[in-house]
Design a protein. Structure first.
Length: 283
C-alpha cells in the first residue's frame, strides 16, 4: 500500500482529503503546522471512524522537514499554504517574505528530500496544491499569486526532470472556493505593523472580488490524482472556469498600458473588490 503524505492537513482542503483517503483505507500521514492541530485532527479522525496518522510538519521548520525524510513517502501532496492580501505597494516586507517561505521555499525544500528517496525507490508521485492564481493574477492578491506562479514553475521543472525516474508530477489549481481561505486573505492587513495612514488603499472597504463555489470538486479531484485514478498534469477547478482562465491568459498578449487616472480608470476586478460582499456564493 502506498503511503500518502499531505501537508497543511489541519484545515481546509488538506484536512478533508486526508480524512477521505483514510476512509478509503489508504495509509495517510497528515502533516499539520502546530501541535494543537494534531489533537484536533486526531479527534476528527476518531469522529469519522478512520485510522489517520497525524504528525507535526511545519514546512518552514528545517527540523520538521528532516524528520519527514524518514517516513518512506510514495505520494506527496504539497498542500500547506497561506494567502497574503493587499496591494503590492502596501504589503510589509515581513509579510511578503512569509508568503514565499510557506508557499514556495518550505514545500520545495521538503520535496527535495522526498523526491530523492522516491528516485532511490524507483518511482512516486508529487502533487502541488497550486491555484488558478498560479496562472492568472487578480488585484490585491499579487503576493499570493506570485508565490503560486513560482509553485507552477517548480512543478513544471520537476515534471520534466523527474520523468526518467518514474516520478509523476501534477498540479491542482482551485479557483474561488468558499472555504474561508479567500476571505481571510483580505483581512491579513489587520496584522500589519505599519502606519495605516501611509497605505494607498483602505482595506476595510475591500473584499475578495469573486463569487465563490462549493469546494466538493477539489476534494473529489485531489483524491483521484493522489490515488492515480486521474493522470492529467493540470487540474483547473471548477471545470466551468477553464475557458475563462485560458481567455484571461490570452488577453495579456494584447493588453495595453492603462490610461487615465482616478476611480473611473479602475479595472473591473478592482471595482468589484470595492463593491462585493465578503463570502459571496455563486448563485
Amino acid at each position: 500500500m502506498s503511503t500518502i503524505l499531505i501537508t497543511g492537513a489541519g484545515t481546509g482542503f488538506g484536512k478533508e482529503v486526508s480524512l477521505r483517503l483514510a476512509e478509503a483505507g489508504h495509509d495517510v500521514i497528515a502533516g499539520v503546522e502546530i501541535i494543537a492541530q494534531v489533537t484536533a485532527l486526531r479527534a476528527a479522525a476518531t469522529e469519522r471512524g478512520v485510522a489517520l496518522r497525524v504528525e507535526k510538519l511545519d514546512v518552514t521548520d528545517p527540523d520538521d522537514r528532516e524528520a519527514a525524510q524518514a517516513w518512506d513517502v510514495d505520494v506527496l501532496l504539497n498542500n500547506a499554504g497561506i494567502s497574503e492580501g493587499g496591494s503590492t505597494v502596501d504589503i510589509p516586507a515581513d509579510h511578503l517574505r512569509r508568503q514565499f517561505e510557506v508557499n514556495v521555499f518550505g514545500p520545495v525544500l521538503l520535496t527535495q528530500g522526498i523526491a530523492t528517496s522516491m528516485i532511490a525507490r524507483g518511482g512516486g508521485r508529487i502533487v502541488f496544491m497550486s491555484a488558478v492564481a498560479g496562472l492568472t493574477t487578480d488585484p490585491f492578491t499579487g503576493a499570493y499569486a506570485a508565490s503560486k506562479h513560482a509553485v507552477e514553475a517548480f512543478a513544471d521543472a520537476l515534471h520534466q526532470e523527474l520523468a526518467e525516474f518514474g516520478i509523476r508530477v501534477a498540479t491542482i489549481n482551485p479557483g474561488p472556493f468558499l472555504t474561508g481561505f479567500n476571505d481571510t486573505m483580505f483581512e491579513t492587513w489587520k496584522t500589519w505593523r505599519d502606519d495605516p495612514a501611509a497605505r494607498v488603499f483602505d482595506y476595510e472597504k475591500l473584499a475578495f472580488p469573486h463569487e465563490q463555489y462549493d469546494p466538493e470538486p477539489v476534494f473529489e479531484t485531489t483524491v483521484k490524482v493522489l490515488t492515480g485514478e486521474d493522470t492529467a498534469y493540470r487540474h483547473v477547478l471548477p471545470t466551468e472556469i477553464v475557458d475563462s482562465t485560458k481567455q484571461q491568459l490570452a488577453e495579456v498578449w494584447d493588453r495595453r498600458q492603462s490610461e487615465g487616472s482616478g476611480p473611473d480608470a479602475r479595472p473591473d476586478l478592482v471595482r468589484t473588490a470595492f463593491e462585493i460582499a465578503p463570502a459571496t456564493p455563486v448563485d
